[in-house]
Design a protein around this ligand. Structure first.
Ligand code: ZN
Length: 305
């Protein structure tokens, strides 16, 4: 079961020849999602060979153009290619009228149903859920309302060890009960414990996408110990005042957030175009948090079981 994050864009503000604005293609258990949709995202999806019509939900962190100006074009392409499959869009409330206004002005329409889920300013909530995944929107501090997104795998079903089925002569009902995590008590008092017949549960993987924001000391227990944290680092510490003024973070501050949340790995992104040597971001962050890395467009970061 895969858990892959592909960076389609990790530049800030404007598209350049070197970097595209924010977008990430997320594939979990072979289901496809998109986080943010900066200008040119559909081209990046094509370049990577991903099937865009398979995207089930799009998560938009906030309504600055470099995080959603590619969405209208992508929705239009979905329609031109004859999409009929439902799409869920999780975004600030104002996105919905923007889409319908643009459709009206351009005399176009969508060939598929869109379900809008609004993220509310300063509110933390589970905004998307499937049988294997929950996505929580977490408010962060930016110039306008902005949410980070926590992608968390649900607990994997327990597996009964094969030889135990034989040894204990387990019946179907007993196996179903054990898989639910409940001990079996047989007539006569024999107890078959989950801990003795089931395999160790597989770890639940977590990915936390955090852009754009000032550095925060988040307290929500769900956000701690994530396998991968993507945190914006628009600037280096040489522009720490500018970072504060524009509600962004520096690489060192992003690393401090990773430390605070006890993340296993930090991926830095949302780089200002003023910087040409991106390795400086990793160097600065690694002084605070060793497992820091610079996000690379076109690279896939997999979280293994
Ligand atoms: Zn922004």
């Amino acid at each position: 079961m895969n858990f892959d994050i592909t960076i389609l864009g990790c530049g800030a503000a404007t598209p350049t020849q070197r970097l595209s604005p924010t977008a990430q293609f997320v594939s979990i258990h072979e289901h496809s999602f998109l986080i943010d949709c900066g200008e040119g995202t559909q081209i990046r999806i094509r370049e990577m060979g991903f099937k865009m019509q398979k995207i089930e939900a799009i998560f938009i962190s906030h309504l600055h153009g470099d995080h959603f100006f590619g969405l209208m074009g992508l929705l239009s392409t979905f329609s031109l290619l004859g999409r009929t499959k439902d799409l869920t869009v999780i975004a600030p409330r104002d996105l919905e009228p923007w889409i319908f206004q643009t459709l009206r002005i351009s005399d176009s329409y969508l060939t598929f149903p869109v379900h809008f889920v609004a993220t509310e300013k300063n509110e933390s909530a589970v905004v998307y859920e499937t049988e294997f995944l929950t996505v929580k929107a977490v408010p962060v501090k930016h110039r306008i309302a902005c949410h980070a997104f926590l992608f968390a795998e649900k607990p994997h079903p327990l597996k009964v060890k094969k030889y135990c089925i034989q040894d204990y002569q387990l019946g179907i009902e007993e196996i179903v009960k054990l898989k639910r995590g409940e001990d079996v008590i047989r007539e006569g008092g024999e107890v078959i414990r989950v801990s003795s017949v089931c395999e160790e549960p597989q770890p639940q993987r977590k990915y936390f996408f955090c852009s754009d924001t000032l550095p925060l000391k988040l307290k929500d227990a769900d956000l701690f110990n994530v396998d991968l944290l993507y945190h914006e680092s628009t600037f280096l510490d040489d522009h720490i005042e500018r970072a504060a003024h524009t509600f962004h973070s520096t690489a060192r501050q992003a690393a401090q957030v990773a430390n605070h949340l006890q993340a296993k790995k930090l991926l830095l992104g949302h780089f200002s175009a003023r910087y040409h040597d991106l390795s400086l971001f990793a160097t600065e962050a690694q002084l605070e948090f060793a497992e820091s890395e610079v996000a690379k467009e076109g690279s896939t970061y997999s979280i293994s079981l």
